[in-house]
Design a protein around this ligand. Structure first.
Ligand code: ADP
Ligand code: ZN
Ligand code: ZN
Length: 701
């Protein structure tokens, strides 16, 4: 008779489960750490990862209560220790259960497969995916220097390179060099959103052969995801191209991680474990001894700060900064023109100069792009007689007027109703839209440019791309293809169109109304706006032949604002320096570190009640123990406040901010807070609370 093996298995447990997602089992056969197993859980049979091997039966339960492992997923190598450590760290740092993070990191289909089904999938795999590298262009001097710096340093690296400076080419050649020196090496290329940048995927596949490349993003079918995951896990896929979720791909021979557009907020997961894939990339690089390259034309202030050069008072940041200031070839960055909207007729949407400039370009056969970060026709409908506004009855927000289907839609809870014929309060028939969205801009442009003809004498063609126009599967791809093939002269859209596209014939980009971000309560709003405008400007004049005449227009009531001054000079470092000075003065990230505790409840009082009770209990607990009393001084815990979107779908939301100059101290306090919350939550006076969650390094306050 063989001895029993006692093991702890990571399984998907409900969030915040006190067991942390590890359960003990007995295995009649030998198992290895990291192996995938099927185990019983209640009446179900679930997938788990072997997380710890025990010497003896667990002490806290009778031996007879420990259940047997049902089986091992044959044919799969165990998940290696680096992968397990990445998961463990993520769970701890982002305050979620280990099992939740581990299982979320695996392709969903793996959970449902029997061993036989899995065996069939594995058999279908082509063992050795040949890499066929097609040589790239000769490197520019700046590209060559950057690659040499990467080869001689250890990183992590922050590549600060203008749009069009050839950053993508640097990634490709870094991959190429790595593949050439190590016959097993794998590279992970991360992008914010793959469906917005299909060209990148094409470029990578064209360079290395489709066989060697797998994609990982949420738009794939479960079967595709499993296939890609298996290929990466087995080491067959040499290059993984993916969105934030790809940071958890099992890649045993990972040697290079590239994070493109590293400043992009979509690297931060917004539900479950709210991880930052960019920050985890740096952590994972250290674990697996892989080179990490973060890159952007407008780095996040976090990464910029972490890559600051040393001086006599400051040892400098941990990242090595690499520079590529020039565009490839003779292409120039577009000229930035500010239009002072104070000098325009009141309530003008488009200045006369901008309309004239658009007309001129269309008549020359060039393309223009107009950005307005608000979809729909108008953000609110209003009755001038009684003051009624199109509020959502479930959210603290207005419902947006969509003229196309004459609806009022809440962009938060989805509540959609037909536009009323008259004011629902007083019956006044004359209810009017206030403000404007992309739908209205498209309509307005159609009127203003109705008489404008293209060089071949045909009328101007205007199109709109935003979340509404691209709701159907494949719509975005086909609309982008139309712009590329020149079937559109003037493109109107939200920030969706500013990202990454290589539109060759766009020579004019305009931000119609960017001012709101200047005065937002979110301290990151100016950083986001600057990145968006720089990126949008980067869409213009990518073709060297037209770059000299390309322009970025900004309509603003604050033309002298420092942000626009820096934009005009394409001077990210100046902008970053002034923002960092403000952040330093106000003790905000990246100088300090933050976490948010959020509570949702039926009433605002109940939500805040839980948070404030937790705050008091936390402080009492920390102060009572000499080993933790210092934490009270190191970490500020602010009183609970309503969230800026206070009510969504009839749920009241409150938040509590924790802030500290020390990441470590903040982590320790969060650990204590976790215990405190379980206690407080179980008290009867907090039963009205629906849920609570922690967001570490939140992207919005
Ligand atoms: P970025 O990623 O910085 O915006 P890309 O890598 O997309 O820039 O390069 C911009 C354009 O220049 C692309 O069309 C690319 O093919 C081209 N390019 C990049 N590097 C070179 C090079 N060394 N020689 C010639 N063309 C290049
Ligand atoms: Zn009214
Ligand atoms: Zn709503």
């Amino acid at each position: 008779m063989s001895a029993h093996h006692w093991i702890d298995v990571a399984i998907q447990t409900p969030a915040h489960s006190p067991v942390g997602g590890l359960l003990s089992y007995r295995s009649p056969f030998g198992v290895q750490l990291g192996q995938l197993v099927r185990v019983p859980l209640g009446k179900r049979d679930v997938l788990g990862v072997v997380w710890a091997l025990r010497d003896a039966a667990p002490a806290d339960m009778p031996e007879s209560a420990v259940r047997d492992v049902l089986g091992v997923l044959e044919g799969l190598a165990p998940l290696d220790s680096a992968w397990r450590q990445l998961v463990q760290f993520s769970a701890q740092y982002y305050q979620r259960s280990l099992g939740e993070v581990a299982l979320a990191a695996l392709p969903p289909q793996l959970r449902d497969l029997t061993s036989e089904q899995l065996a069939r999938r594995l058999k279908k795999q082509t063992a050795d995916c040949a890499v066929q590298t097609t040589p790239g262009p000769a490197l520019s001097e700046e590209q060559g220097t950057v690659l040499a710096q990467m080869a001689s340093g250890t990183g992590p690296f922050l590549l600060f390179g203008s749009t069009g400076s050839g950053k993508t080419e640097v990634y490709l050649q870094a991959v190429e060099r790595m593949l050439a020196t190590d016959p097993q090496a794998q590279a992970l290329l991360m992008v914010p959103e793959i469906n917005l940048t299909p060209q990148l995927e094409e470029r990578v596949r064209a360079r290395f052969g489709s066989e060697a490349v797998v994609s990982m993003h949420s738009g794939m079918t479960p079967a595709q995801r499993l296939k890609g995951w298996l290929a990466a896990h087995a080491g067959h896929a040499r290059i993984v191209l993916g969105t934030r979720m790809a940071i958890f791909a099992s890649m045993p021979h990972l040697k290079l991680i590239v994070v493109d557009e590293e400043h992009d907020p979509s690297y931060k997961q917004q539900e479950g474990a709210r991880y930052s894939a960019r920050d985890l990339a740096v952590y994972r690089g250290k674990l697996q001894n892989a080179t990490v390259l973060l890159a952007s034309a407008t780095p996040s202030l976090e990464s910029w700060h972490l890559s600051r050069p040393a001086n006599s008072e400051d040892p400098g940041g941990r990242y090595q900064r690499l520079l590529m200031p020039s565009r490839i070839g003779t292409a120039l960055l577009p000229k930035v023109r500010r239009v002072d909207m104070n000098k325009q007729p009141r309530r003008a949407v488009l200045s006369t100069q901008l309309v004239a400039a658009i007309q001129e370009r269309v008549e020359r056969g060039e393309q223009c792009m107009l950005l307005l970060n608000r979809r729909g026709y108008a953000p609110v409908l209003h009755c001038a007689d009684c003051g009624w506004k199109s509020e959502c009855k479930h959210c603290s927000a207005f419902r947006v007027f969509h003229k196309i289907d004459r609806t009022l839609r809440c962009h938060h809870c989805g509540l959609t109703e037909r536009v009323p014929r008259a004011c629902p309060e007083c019956g006044n028939a004359d209810i009017a839209p206030i403000g404007r969205g992309t739908e209205q801009l498209e309509e307005h442009l159609g009127e203003l440019l109705a008489h404008v003809l293209r060089p071949d004498g045909t009328p101007v063609r205007i199109a709109r791309i935003d979340a509404d126009s691209t709701r159907l599967k494949g719509a975005l791809e086909s609309q982008l293809a139309q712009v590329h093939s020149g079937e559109v002269d003037v493109l109107v859209g939200t920030q969706m169109i500013a990202k990454g596209h290589d539109f060759r014939r766009i020579t004019l980009v305009a931000a119609v109304n960017p001012d709101t971000a200047l005065f937002s309560s979110d301290f990151r709003a100016p950083e986001r706006l600057f990145a968006l405008l720089m990126q949008a400007a980067g869409r213009a004049g990518r073709d060297a032949a037209q770059s000299a005449s390309s322009e970025m227009w900004v309509q603003t009531f604050h033309p002298q604002h420092a942000l626009f001054e820096a934009l005009k000079k394409h001077d990210y470092p100046a902008f970053a320096a002034s923002e960092l000075a403000e952040r330093t003065a106000a003790d905000l990230p990246p100088i300090s570190h933050q976490a948010l505790l959020r509570a949702d409840a039926r009433t605002q009082e109940a939500a805040q009640g839980l948070l404030n009770a937790a705050r008091e209990a936390l402080e009492a607990q920390l102060s009572a123990d000499p080993s933790t009393v210092d934490l009270v001084l190191q970490v500020s815990v602010y009183p609970a406040v309503p969230m800026s979107m206070q009510r969504v779908a009839d749920v009241e939301r409150a938040q509590m901010l924790l802030e500290s100059p020390s990441r470590m101290a903040l982590q320790k306090v969060l650990w204590h807070l976790h215990g405190v919350l379980h206690q407080v939550r179980s008290q009867p006076e907090h039963k009205g609370v629906i849920r609570w969650l922690v967001d570490v390094d939140p992207q919005a306050i």
